[in-house]
Ligand binder design. Structure first.
Ligand SMILES: N[C@H](CCC[C@H](N)C(=O)O)C(=O)O
Length: 280
């Protein structure tokens, strides 16, 4: 089976095109192919499929085989792919997702290649399933959480997929590998969660490092960047548009006051095309 290796700020994917419907073995294929030693290596496996509601449908599987409702960096890669393959001849494209509805994208091109994509990521869900119903009514933004003796306060924001945003002294040096896995699997998150550690450095800039549900530490997380901006605005730390600085680079995120939608802008790159599995 052929694939195209792509990434958004180093959050990398194997993109599969040409399937008419999701293969039933998609999950096990993700585990096998995303393995960085025994497979091609990636944070996720992405399928571009036909859609009756949008120009295309995107399905995304984490490297542990779990399917995610949405993926910000992958959706930018999908938009780049379909434009540069000539499937569309316009700079606007709609993508159906599993858990975030149909999302609209605007492409910026430079001599025929897509240089960056601006995605309407839809409305943030603030009382999402990441927060148990017992706490749902509370106006409190910061939820208390204790993990092996360490107390945290987090803001739960869903972008179709769950995010737990924690503001820390210095995200760039925070011990992601120690606390990320424990928070990802904490029972307070019935669907598990992506975990963002954030440090506000200006009204228009937040440094963020991410431990992703089903993928672990990645260089960037698009939905996580959106969740981080929303949490920062809710706390009054930043304006409604800011740069989110990630290990792999910067994303520009805006939370519109007019339509309450979150808009994420950033690059997408193609690395190579390959084929995996027995050639004969
Ligand atoms: N691990 C995420 C899916 C990928 C999201 C991330 N790579 C992005 O760019 O949004 C989850 O299980 O919700």
């Amino acid at each position: 089976m052929k694939f195209t290796k792509m990434h958004g700020l180093g959050n990398d994917f194997l993109v599969i095109d040409g399937e008419k419907e999701l293969p039933e073995y998609a999950s096990s294929l993700a585990v096998k192919w995303c393995n960085r030693y025994f497979g091609a290596g990636a944070d996720g496996l992405v399928f571009i499929l036909p859609s009756e509601r949008a120009d295309f449908q995107m399905r995304i599987f984490n490297s542990d085989g779990t399917e995610a409702e949405q993926c910000g960096n992958a959706i930018r890669c999908v938009c780049k792919y379909v434009y540069e393959k000539g499937y569309i001849d316009r700079r606007k494209v709609s993508i159906e997702t599993l858990g975030a509805g149909v999302q609209l994208a605007e492409l910026k091109t430079d001599s025929g290649a897509v240089s960056s994509v601006r995605i309407d990521m839809g409305e943030p869900i603030l009382r999402g399933r990441a927060v148990p119903t017992t706490l749902e009514a509370s106006p409190v933004l910061d939820w208390p959480l204790e993990v092996s003796g360490q107390r945290f306060r987090f803001t739960a924001v869903s972008m179709g997929n769950p995010h737990c945003v924690i503001f820390v002294e210095d995200a760039a040096v925070f011990d992601l590998y120690k606390w990320g896995p424990m928070l990802e699997e904490h029972p307070i998150f019935p669907q598990k969660t992506n975990v963002e550690f954030a440090t506000v450095t200006a009204r228009d800039r937040v440094e963020m490092r991410v431990w992703e549900r089903g993928a672990g530490s990645t260089l960037a997380c698009g939905t996580g960047a959106c969740a981080t901006l929303v949490a920062s605005v809710l706390h009054g730390y930043t304006d409604r548009a800011a740069w989110i600085g990630l290990a792999g680079g910067d994303l520009y995120v805006e939370w519109s006051e007019t339509d309450n939608h979150v808009y994420m802008s950033g690059p997408a790159e193609t690395v190579y095309e390959g084929r995996i599995g027995q050639l004969r």
